[in-house]
Design a protein around this ligand. Structure first.
Ligand code: DC
Length: 224
């Protein structure tokens, strides 16, 4: 049976980086579930669909052709209908659009099968908002990462500066808060720690420290 480790948390909590490192370390599959919501929002904009057109969003969610690729140098890219959408995938706008369509229960349901299909082979590290609560409630280990809004904003700011985008810290903090608000307060599958999740505050930890902590939990529990 595939051993599943879920890592949930708000944007900027470090779950993407840490999940990828953990999957690589354990030679497990990796699911970036946020990327699926992001890709769906890009697919909708390619078809000039309104973000509240649930019927068409569901159809696209079920049929869109998505390919996650990792090059031999470890470079990660995403193809939508053969188009490389890696850069657009990470923009603030795409994140906000993804968060908006993710509030529709029908859209979440339509993406459920795709997410569960990643559970193949020895193990899976699944990162998102509802991995431990809804998509993989049977997971062997559930981690919930948090960090203060200030820290998450400053991480995002640094990331954007590295990409050559200079957004004001105050505007960014507002965007982080707005996304938290939407993701934590939606009616279906809100961002919340599973009852059996282990919570880690990463405000004062770098990715390597978080990874080491999770590895020691895995070791302690005899999971690998
Ligand atoms: O993790 P991320 O920033 O790439 O996710 C983008 C948005 O997608 C996020 O704001 C909410 C939504 N999402 C979700 O609702 N459930 C998930 N499991 C993953 C992401």
């Amino acid at each position: 049976m595939t051993k599943i480790i879920t890592i949930d948390g708000p944007s900027g909590s470090g779950k993407g980086t840490v999940s990828r490192m953990l999957a690589e370390k354990l030679s497990y599959q990796y699911l970036d579930s946020g990327a699926l919501y992001r890709i769906l929002s890009i697919a909708a904009s390619r078809r000039k669909l309104a973000l509240d057109n649930k019927e068409d969003l569901i159809l696209i969610a079920e049929h869109m052709d998505v390919c996650f690729k990792t090059s031999t140098q470890g470079h990660f890219s995403v193809l939508l209908e053969s188009e490389d959408v890696t850069i657009e995938l990470r923009s603030e706008q795409t994140g906000a659009n993804a968060s908006q369509i993710a509030a529709y229960p029908e859209v979440r349901e339509a993406l459920l099968k795709r997410q569960r299909a990643f559970a193949i082979g020895d193990g899976l590290v699944a990162d998102g908002r509802d991995m431990g609560t809804v998509v993989f409630p049977e997971a062997a280990l559930k981690i919930y990462l948090t960090a203060s809004v200030e820290e998450r904003t400053s991480r995002r700011h640094k990331e954007l500066l590295e990409k050559g985008e200079n957004v004001s810290l105050r505007a960014l903090a507002e965007q982080v808060r707005a996304r938290d608000e939407r993701d934590m307060n939606r009616e279906v599958s809100p961002l919340i720690a599973a009852d059996d999740a282990i919570e880690l505050d990463t405000s004062h930890m770098d990715a390597k420290e978080v990874l080491e902590t999770i590895l020691s939990i895995i070791d302690f529990k005899g999971l690998h």
